[in-house]
Design a protein around this ligand. Structure first.
Ligand code: EPU
Length: 480
């Protein structure tokens, strides 16, 4: 397992390009199951989640190949398998996106229920309601959703739930309805740009969808979808994370491949805090050279502030003097990052679906543990701002959704390195216990005056020959 070692306290400065959007790429890749003919996708980021879905699609008869130019080629040779096993689905909830396309193209889908999640309760009742409205027979047996339909038929479907609409639920229903007989209308469809991007991909493959990006989507069913090409939209969550990395270090960054149209709420909030943002087409320059102002933020469905940047905003507000309140109305329990942010000295109190942040002007490096994807990003941001060394552990969460984030941060001037999660790689400043172990513990009546310590050629204190035979360079307090 890897961890990130970050030496914080450096203002970022530099230029990087934002990758394609994970949450657009995944449902589009899944929708390729409903297409007859090869699909070529550009802008699909190199992520663990993309590899996980590629494996699952492979088991379902669709081979996924990364081409030399970075494009992804998806080709279905065998339409017989309908089973998405728990083994794959448990690795990534977005695997549920195969449900709609499989049902529509193969007449049957048997997809494992995704199970628990660190960001809160995540039912799929709305996905099932929508597919049932299209005429599918649905049952849940032994942890699997089994959906069957000889033919799907267009219907009027309302997809609103207690926490707004559902992003992957809209993707599932849309990807099934494109091959249904007749017209489907989805009301309270998710308006997220990633859903609209899936719609554009399906339209390029021959579907007839209108109203994309609005809560009212209309789909006229077609007999068949055919192979096509598509470029995935830029990742608005990665762009926001990098903007906040510049802001939290009171530095600057130029980001290329940004779709600012998808980020209005985030840009407004950052500007309200006092971050300077200049937009020139798809290039955005972010600068932060003064103290920031506290603000209140509410994570809402699009076009509101995304829940996927709530944790990062909380980290940023943790460095902003004054009281800020952060509320998550999409995933009210998505606050696992709070207790880890406390470890770097942030002052945050959680109350229900609110985090009350009392900004501190100095965070100090610590060893912290990532609990989910966006929590990891928040911890990385906090570590960039903190004085001294930090290590962020369990970064497999980060790798699921960010394409080598440490490389991008390094290009922006951050001091970040990926190392094996091994005690030898924990910086000395984060090993107070280790330091204490170096001091021989003796009962007072055995105490002898300590022999004078010499300074070795490396500038490190060398113990006298008789002391600590078992100590090695690897665990000396000064070893990195
Ligand atoms: N909900 C229901 N019933 C359902 C589906 C959802 O009550 O059938 C509730 C959820 O519990 C939640 C709210 O509705 O409170 C929104 O959930 P949604 O279904 O929209 O989430 P999702 O489709 O499972 C996608 C993203 C998430 C992102 C959310 C919200 C993908 C692959 N995942 O999840 O991304 O947080 O939409 O925008 O697109 C991430 O990238 O880190 C991530 C978690």
């Amino acid at each position: 397992m890897d961890m990130l070692h970050i030496r914080g306290g450096k203002a970022l400065c530099g230029e990087v390009a934002v990758s394609g959007a994970k949450n657009a790429a995944l449902p589009i890749m899944a929708a390729a199951l409903a297409v007859d003919g090869p699909c070529r996708l550009r802008g699909v980021p190199e992520l663990v989640d993309v590899r996980t879905l590629s494996t699952l699609l492979g088991e379902l008869g669709t081979t996924v190949t990364r081409e030399e130019d970075g494009g992804l080629l998806l080709a279905t040779a065998d339409n017989s398998s309908c089973v998405a096993t728990y083994e794959q689905v448990r690795r990534m909830r977005a695997s549920i996106c195969v449900l709609g396309p499989l049902l529509a193209r193969r007449g049957r889908a048997c997809v494992s229920l995704p199970g628990g999640c660190n960001i809160g309760h995540r039912p799929i009742d709305l996905h099932l309601k929508g597919l049932a409205a299209l005429g599918a027979e649905i049952r849940v047996e032994r942890g699997y959703v089994i959906a069957e339909a000889v033919r799907l038929y267009g219907a009027n479907i309302y997809l609103g739930g207690a926490f707004g609409s559902t992003v992957t639920g809209t993707c599932n229903v849309m990807s099934a309805a494109v091959l249904a007989e007749g017209t489907t209308t989805i009301e309270a469809a998710a308006c997220e740009p990633e859903v609209a991007d899936l719609g554009r991909f399906l339209n390029a493959a021959g579907a007839r969808i209108s109203g994309l990006g609005t809560p009212f989507v209309r789909i006229e069913g077609v007999e068949q979808l055919t192979g096509t090409e598509h470029t995935v939209i830029p990742d608005r969550i990665e762009a926001a994370t990098l903007m906040m990395a510049a802001a939290i270090t009171r530095g600057e960054a130029t980001l290329r491949n940004v779709c600012v149209r998808h980020m209005t709420a985030v840009l407004e909030k950052l500007r309200e805090m006092g971050v300077t943002i200049r937009v020139n087409g798809s290039t955005v320059h972010v600068r932060c050279d003064g103290p920031l102002r506290p603000v209140d933020c509410i994570a809402l469905p699009y076009p509101g502030i995304p829940t996927d940047v709530q944790a990062q905003l909380t980290a940023l507000l943790g460095t902003t003097a004054g009281i800020s309140i952060v509320t998550d109305k999409v995933f009210p329990d998505r606050f696992m990052h709070v207790s880890e942010l406390l470890r770097v000295g942030a002052r945050i109190r959680r109350e229900g679906n609110n985090a009350i942040v009392s900004g501190s002007d100095s965070l100090s490096g610590a060893s912290v543990m990532a609990s989910d994807l966006r929590a990891s990003a928040a911890l990385v941001l906090a570590a960039l701002a903190a004085e001294g060394d930090s290590v962020v552990r369990r970064i497999y969460h980060l790798d699921r959704g960010y394409e080598r984030l440490e490389d991008k941060l390094t290009r922006l001037g951050a001091d970040v390195s990926r190392v094996k999660d091994d005690p030898a790689h924990v910086p000395a400043s984060l090993r107070p216990d280790e330091e204490r172990r170096q001091v021989p513990l003796r009962p007072p009546h055995f105490a002898r005056p300590a022999a004078p310590r010499e300074i070795g050629s490396s500038g490190v204190a060398v113990p006298p020959p008789s002391a600590g035979k078992s100590s090695s360079a690897g665990n000396s307090p000064s070893a990195r």
